[in-house]
Design a protein around this ligand. Structure first.
Ligand SMILES: [Zn+2]
Ligand SMILES: [Zn+2]
Length: 391
């Protein structure tokens, strides 16, 4: 790729070493003690004002130049996943059953690289708030930092985040105004009928047939009750009965996962789902319990900041390598909670299409592509120097 800007190329080796060190020592949600300590130590070394223990293991570094009150937030995530790594390389995880399979090691390293560059050479007027959050994978880290006063203590005007993205060519950026990632909810439906002998169905109330009817009826939730121009996914992932080979179950528990791109669709799914369950159970004379839990809200980019992000990305990698109206994806991201509190944008940065860079996220063979460290760091530097340019 023909790079237009390269501020941080001299930092490539140190960012890569930092990334490999974090990769080797993955830590799960809210256990990021070692990673947070390393981040805090480096920020301090670079000369930033460091705040630790925000929202549990979150770290914030503040870098101020000049006298402007303007304040920009840049966010990286630090947590790993409970997956057994299959990669053979020397920096593979030393902790069984844990690995950086989502590239948060890379996000952390490239934001640290940007902090190092901006502290030493940055030309801007204002404050940059470097946010290193815990527990993204469970959707709790952003909320815990916000609940701990993140934006009262550091009232940023806007906040941005980058996530690497396999299947997008190495170093390309994708962004869009509006929803870029989906809400994720989980549901549980317990159906209580009456268990009975498999040979005497008339004496009971078959919970398995009612459960099957509910699963089938729910296939119309998206196809028949949603505006075709809206997007949603309803997936049943568990169907658990208390029956055995010659006993029809009296109870069935159904669990699953839904995705949606707007809070309106999210609410529509919840209320429609319960109505279908209630109707079928009433018709069949069974009772039910229904619970529906919101895990992630949609990640919604504000139009002005999405446009700024696309413009900055084009300065770094050229307009041909930026998709400004990217399709949203139905996975979820807890940066949505930061975007609920502040204007901002979430961008995808191509991790590559072929080879290891193309391996999907949350896969035991996944690895962050070191070739995009400088691209991500350059994006951060260019964003800061353009948004906080001396007036
Ligand atoms: Zn992930
Ligand atoms: Zn991730």
């Amino acid at each position: 790729m023909n790079r237009l800007t390269s501020h941080t190329s001299a930092l490539r080796a140190s960012m890569q070493a930092c990334r490999h060190d974090i990769h080797r020592h993955p830590e799960l949600a809210f256990e990021e003690q070692r990673t947070a300590a390393r981040v805090a130590e480096l920020l301090d070394e670079f000369g930033l004002e460091v705040h630790t223990g925000i929202g549990n293991t979150g770290v914030v570094g503040v870098l101020t130049k000049g006298s402007s009150e303007r304040m920009l937030g840049l966010r990286a995530d630090m947590d790993a996943l409970g997956i057994q790594e299959q990669n053979p390389f020397e920096y593979r995880s030393v902790h069984d059953g844990k690995m950086h399979a989502c590239g948060h090691d890379g996000h952390t390293a490239m934001l640290l690289g940007a902090a190092q560059y901006l502290a030493a050479n940055g030309n801007f007027d204002g404050s940059v708030v470097f946010i290193f959050q815990p527990a993204e994978e469970h959707g709790e880290g952003a909320r815990s930092m916000i609940a701990d006063g993140l934006f009262e203590r550091f009232p940023v005007d806007a906040v941005y985040a980058i996530h690497n993205f396999p299947s997008l060519e190495t170093g390309k950026f994708a962004v869009r105004a509006g929803s870029i990632m989906a809400a994720e909810d989980n549901f549980e439906i317990t159906i209580d009928g009456v268990g009975h002998h498999a040979a005497m169905p008339h004496l009971g109330k078959d919970a398995i047939v009612i459960g099957a009817e509910i699963v089938n009826a729910m296939q119309t939730l998206v196809s028949r009750s949603l505006d075709p121009l809206d997007s949603a996914v309803v997936s049943f992932t568990e169907f658990v009965t208390n029956g055995t080979v010659n006993v029809v179950p009296g109870q069935v528990v159904l669990r699953g996962d839904t995705r949606s791109l707007t809070t309106q669709v999210q609410e529509h799914i919840e209320t429609t789902m319960e109505r279908i369950v209630a109707g079928i159970c009433a018709a069949q004379g069974a009772s039910y319990e229904f619970s529906y839990r919101h895990n992630f809200i949609p990640t919604v980019n504000t139009p002005a900041e999405a446009e700024i992000a696309a413009r900055v990305a084009a300065t770094v990698v050229g307009a041909d390598n930026v998709v400004g109206d990217s399709r949203p994806v139905m996975t979820s991201e807890d940066f949505g909670y930061m975007l609920q509190a502040r204007p901002g944008a979430y961008l995808l940065l191509g991790n590559g299409v072929d080879g290891i860079g193309g391996c999907s996220l949350h896969n035991p063979a996944y690895d962050f592509n070191d070739d995009i460290l400088c691209i991500g760091a350059d994006f951060w530097v260019t964003l800061v120097e353009s948004q906080l340019a001396a007036i």
